[in-house]
Design a protein around this ligand. Structure first.
Ligand SMILES: [Zn+2]
Length: 110
């Protein structure tokens, strides 16, 4: 397999520490056995090193494994990804939440 292709695939992965995407220049191929590749990655943003083991196959797009319905998939495909602000919102909500769902739902209706 073309090593440039493998590097491009790994460059779509984000650093586990700071979330920045790896760049092709920061990916070093250690070796592979059939479709299983071992790579060493370096994050230029937070200077952390990592090891990646990945099964990489050439050919068609990867199979989508999901339990979403077609309608749900279409819906979630269009809306923005969850970001830090969304997590903060739910954190703040849960901090105040007393567990009384009936209160929330009756409030939304009226
Ligand atoms: Zn990083």
């Amino acid at each position: 397999m073309d090593e440039g292709f493998v590097k491009r695939v790994v460059a779509t992965i984000r650093c586990g520490v700071c979330g920045r995407r790896y760049e092709g220049d920061n990916v070093r191929i250690l070796g592979h056995r059939d479709d299983l590749w071992f790579l060493s990655v370096y994050c230029p943003a937070c200077h952390s090193h990592g090891l990646v083991a990945a099964v990489i196959k050439e050919g068609g797009p990867p199979e989508l494994v999901t339990d979403l319905t077609e309608e749900e998939y279409a819906k979630f495909n269009q809306i923005a990804a969850v970001d830090a602000n969304d997590v903060l919102d739910i954190y703040n909500f849960l901090k105040e939440f007393d567990g009384d769902f009936s209160h929330i739902f009756s409030k939304e209706k009226g």
